[in-house]
Write a protein that binds this ligand. Structure first.
Ligand code: C2E
Ligand code: MG
Ligand code: MG
Length: 711
């Protein structure tokens, strides 16, 4: 709009210096005549804002320079003379281009010289608005980020007021919607406090976090209802200065449950629920630590069930498992709360006895051993199980957990080699301690080679009649000289062969060799009954009976000249199966005897049921004769029982004349032992027999009746 120059009435003087004043201001300012409501002065900043020179602004109606309804309304009021001063955010429009700009605009009515004017002052807000928009956008972005994390997030300022949170936070803590909507910080915090199981610790921890503005902390918080929450908190800083805190909350419940399950599984034996090797290792380390600290001792017991493999093999694993559960329970019943019993697998248990010395360890070992010997009743069967226990003490028998474990293990194997059903302490010194696993494996390897290279031999120990002194038979005993190790005792290598299964091949060799030797003696007109030791595993081989029959037939031996020495354990495992086999063997004409009688299961019932011809009283019972009253009593009882059942009784390990006299007097039939001769090779045996025959006291006498139990 063009203005009349006269209309610009408006000389600077009339405005009383206001024109100069507004020119000096950096923001856009113009003056509006209160009556005409037209611009009477404008500064350079205003000219720049509107995009036209000052002189072109002058004379324009005030309304033209505003763009909002609010301004239009204002100038309408001004026209009526009722406008008050105003300050608000509004818009102005550039006159060239028509673009609107956000501004803060203040209008003040003042006297300027002779007239009343409105001073319109603007602050350009476009930059501020841009910043605000950016901020809004990044806030929205942040919120979206917050919401998209799986963690609950809570942001507070330094005073602890809630500045931000996400929905996940509300969900993890179960904060009611209305508390959040109300933004009632105290109520939210109170809700959280009441949700935790241990509010005291929770609050203590929070105030510690509050006190240290730069603290980074991570805590695990348990909530009522079982939820487990991990809280991580970091200071919230701007340019290195803390302005508040960020808390993140992670629901650990499921992960923890899974972990706990894995933890328990990885620390316990699945069958019995007892600690496994791993957990035992940890407890052992702790025990060593405690013992070193208190200068105290503890004991480690290795327990292995005797011949348990056969229970599994013959009665099935399900049955074996039930026995193991029973065993675990019985062992536990013998221990104190502070002790540990772990199962390493199979029939191997380890007992860790806290603060125990040799005496108390032995007492526990005896208790456990007796407890396990009580008959087990499973699936309608009653039977007994014995165990071999090795004991090692800390720190006497080893300074590390490995060493103590190994020594207890070795002691257990020593107990096994010594005839099972026993307890052994670790014995320092390489010869006296039993073989370790490594050396057992080496031994097994060496045995297999020795058999292939023909390095096993059989020696024969005479069986002598107590009454007449006649040699009526021999027991074949394995001998092995290893080129490097020298002579190795069967007490050492037989258990290893039984463990590895090699005993089957070795036993076959013994059987055929012994049978051929017996046949040779028979052919030479000097019949000698030969006893062959049979291991349980060998006995259980599917073709065992046929194999025996073949060996006897192939060699042309009179079957009655072969005797098989069985252990009691064979008879108690699958009794029905054992009975069937024993009957078949007896039908072949082969004699059957029970070896090491008096040490194991000793049940009368099977003696009556099975076609057994002979009992061999174990060496350990003979060694105490005649002075040990208990041994003497047991031996007498066995002899009497044997007589009643029509069994031949052989005493093993007779070393002294006194033992021999006692046995003869007790009514025992035969004896074996160093007193007469150890196991000898064929040549040495021959000369021993020859010299014996020539002695006056050994005049031949009628053969005793060969007992046979009807079946
Ligand atoms: P066993 O069947 O009870 O054999 C008797 C053991 O007592 C033999 O030990 C024998 O040498 C020993 N002995 C005999 N008289 C005396 C004595 O007066 N005093 C002492 N202290 N000992 C005596 P060996 O030969 O060391 O055999 C040990 C065990 O190894 C045998 O006990 C047997 O169970 C097993 N064994 C030996 N040969 C074989 C075999 O061919 N097959 C199987 N399966 N086991 C065998
Ligand atoms: Mg024997
Ligand atoms: Mg024996």
């Amino acid at each position: 709009m063009r203005r009349e120059p006269d209309h610009a009435l408006l000389d600077a003087a009339a405005l009383g210096g206001w024109a100069a004043l507004i020119d000096a201001l950096p923001s856009p300012v113009w003056l509006v005549d209160a009556e005409a409501l037209r611009v009477v002065a404008a500064n350079v900043a205003a000219a720049l804002l509107f995009g036209m020179p000052v002189r072109e602004l002058i004379g324009r109606p005030a309304l033209e320079l505003s763009a909002s309804p609010e301004d239009a309304f204002y100038w309408a009021e001004a026209a009526e003379g009722i406008a008050e001063d105003i300050e608000s955010d509004t818009l102005v429009r550039r006159l060239s281009g028509g673009q609107t700009l956000p501004v803060t605009r203040r209008v003040t009515r003042v006297r300027a010289g002779e007239r009343m004017v409105y001073v319109v002052a603007l602050v350009d807000r476009s930059e501020q608005v841009r910043i605000e928009r950016d901020l809004e956008a990044s806030t929205a972005e942040l919120q979206a980020t917050l919401e998209s994390t799986a963690d609950g997030i809570l942001v507070t300022d330094l005073a602890g007021r809630i500045r931000n949170f996400n929905q996940r936070f509300a969900a993890i803590w179960g904060v009611p919607e209305d508390l959040l909507v109300r933004r009632d910080d105290d109520a939210v915090f109170d809700w959280m406090r009441r949700s935790v199981i241990d509010p005291n610790t929770y609050m203590r921890r929070l105030s510690a976090i509050d006190e240290a503005t730069m603290l980074q902390a991570s805590d695990v918080i348990r909530l009522h209802g079982g939820k487990v929450v991990e809280r991580v908190t970091l200071p919230h800083c701007i340019r290195g200065r803390p302005i508040g805190r960020v808390y993140s909350f992670r629901d650990m419940t499921e992960k923890l449950e899974a972990n706990e399950r894995i933890e328990t599984l990885s620390h316990t034996d699945a069958l019995t629920g007892l600690p496994n090797r791993r957990q035992l290792g940890m407890r052992l380390d702790a025990a060593i630590h405690a013992a070193q600290r208190d200068a105290s001792t503890f004991a480690l017991l290795f327990l292995n069930l005797d011949h348990f493999k056969h229970v599994n093999d013959t009665l099935g694993h399900a049955f074996g498992d039930r026995v193991l559960l029973d065993v675990a329970e019985r062992i536990q019943a013998c221990l104190r709360q502070m002790d540990t019993v772990a199962r390493l697998g199979g029939d191997e248990f380890v007992l860790l006895l806290d603060k125990a010395d040799a005496t108390s360890a032995e007492a526990v070992a005896r208790r456990v051993s007796e407890e396990l010997q009580r008959p087990f009743a499973q699936a309608g069967m009653t039977f007994t199980v014995t165990s071999s226990i090795g004991i090692a003490l800390f720190p006497a028998d080893g300074s590390s957990s490995d060493e103590v474990m190994q020594h207890a293990d070795t002691a257990m194997h020593a107990a096994k080699s010594a005839g099972r059903a026993g307890i052994r302490f670790h014995q320092p010194g390489p010869e006296r301690s039993g073989p370790t696993l490594r050396s057992r494996m080496q031994l097994d390897h060496a045995m297999r080679q020795a058999l292939a290279q023909g390095r096993f031999r059989l020696n024969y120990q005479p069986k002598v009649e107590l009454a007449g002194g006649r040699v009526v038979g021999v027991e074949a005993l394995l001998r092995w000289r290893d080129p490097e190790r020298g002579e190795i005792s069967p007490g050492e290598f037989i258990p290893v062969a039984e463990e590895s299964g090699f005993i089957v091949a070795l036993g076959d060799w013994v059987l055929s060799t012994a049978v051929r030797q017996a046949a040779a003696w028979e052919r030479a007109g000097q019949p000698l009954a030969v006893s062959v030791n049979v291991s349980a595993l060998q006995f259980q081989q599917p073709g065992f009976v046929e194999h025996v029959g073949d060996a006897v037939r192939d060699a042309g031996l009179t079957p009655e000249l072969l005797e098989l020495e069985l252990t009691e354990s064979i008879l108690i495992q699958d009794a029905a199966e054992a009975l069937a086999r024993l009957n078949l063997l007896a039908e072949l004409g082969v004699r059957l005897s029970i070896d090491d009688f008096g040490t194991g299961y000793s049940s009368l019932s099977y003696l009556k049921r099975f076609p057994i011809a002979c009992l061999k009283i174990d060496r350990s019972l003979v060694s105490g004769l005649p002075d040990d009253a208990s041994d003497a009593g047991i031996v007498r009882a066995i002899v009497q029982m044997g007589r009643a059942l029509n069994l031949e009784i052989v005493a093993e390990g007779v070393e002294t004349a006194a033992q021999r006299a006692f046995l003869e007097q007790a009514g025992c039939d035969l004896f074996q032992g160093f007193l007469f001769a150890p196991a000898l090779d064929v040549v040495a045996l021959q000369s021993r027999l020859d010299s014996h025959r020539n002695m006056p006291h050994a005049a031949p006498r009628p053969a005793p009746p060969r007992h046979r139990v009807a079946h």
